[in-house]
Design a protein around this ligand. Structure first.
Ligand code: DGL
Length: 265
């Protein structure tokens, strides 16, 4: 009955939990959101590495059978820390899943990537995509205003639409055929981004692709739960319970959060 450990800088990673619940309804999940220290997307690499190590330690103590880095920023700059601490426990992350999905449609692609400043500056998506397919052309754009706009709930708001038009202009000018939503918050903007990017651009949702990769890895490792082993159990642990946490969290998860625990490190 070991759970999958999923973690993020805050509540955004609940988009990954939502995709996991749909794709792997039998699996138990323990989610950790570092709500006391969010946002990570504008912090330095050294700080993010230190926080990531602390969260990984905590989840390993919860006896998880797999770790999923749901935060693009942590995946971009601190994935090595998680792999080192996890030893033989499988580790997946949103960048690996998103990069694979982006190159899976054949060679010569033109791919746009949007994310937080730290994710984009790290070049992690472009590097991974080039390793998988050297013919791919990657155009990246940091979109720092998207995280606060999503947390404000402005998913279909004129301010968000204008912001998206401004951010996407240089990427769309490169005639990209796909756009990787390289941040936990962006799947909530999918309808608006689809409208701004136009129907010809394929949107790659890292949450969905991560759930797909998790299903595949659990099967390969013989760790998938079978029917009849009891109902899945979900735990949500955070480092702070800020005002409006429940409302925002439920928007990300698409269902009721139930009991939320404050971490006891
Ligand atoms: N979870 C972060 C990410 O996916 C976004 C929020 C933050 O900046 O911490 O990049």
């Amino acid at each position: 009955m070991r759970p999958i450990g999923v973690f993020d800088s805050g509540i955004g990673g609940l988009t990954v939990v939502r995709a996991l619940m749909e794709r792997l309804p039998l699996e138990s999940i323990v989610y950790f959101g570092d709500t006391a220290r969010v946002p990570y997307g504008v912090k330095s690499v050294a700080t993010i590495e230190q926080f990531t190590a602390q969260i990984t330690d905590y989840l390993l103590r919860c006896d998880v059978k797999m770790l999923i880095i749901a935060c693009n920023t942590m995946a971009a700059v601190a994935a090595d820390v998680v792999h080192r601490l996890a030893r033989d426990i499988p580790v997946l992350d949103v960048i690996e899943a998103g990069a694979r999905a982006a190159v899976s449609f054949g060679g010569g692609r033109r791919v746009g990537v949007i994310g937080t400043p730290t994710t984009i500056n790290s070049n992690a998506y472009a590097r991974r995509m080039h390793e998988l397919d050297p013919s791919v052309r990657v155009y990246s754009q940091a979109c720092p205003l998207f995280v606060p706009l999503v947390e404000e709930g402005w998913l279909d708001h004129q301010v968000t639409r204008l912001t998206a038009q401004e951010y996407l202009r240089p990427v769309l000018a490169e005639e990209v055929d796909s756009l990787v939503l390289g941040c936990t918050h962006y799947p909530l903007l999918k309808p608006l981004l689809r409208e701004v990017a136009g129907p010809a651009v394929r949107l790659i949702d890292s949450a969905v692709t991560t759930a797909e990769l998790a299903a595949q890895r659990l099967q390969e490792a013989g760790l998938a739960r079978a029917n009849g082993e009891g109902a899945a159990d979900y735990r949500f642990v955070v480092s702070d319970v800020p005002l409006r946490f429940q409302t925002i969290g439920e928007r990300f998860l698409g269902r009721s959060l139930g009991q939320v625990e404050k971490v006891d490190w």
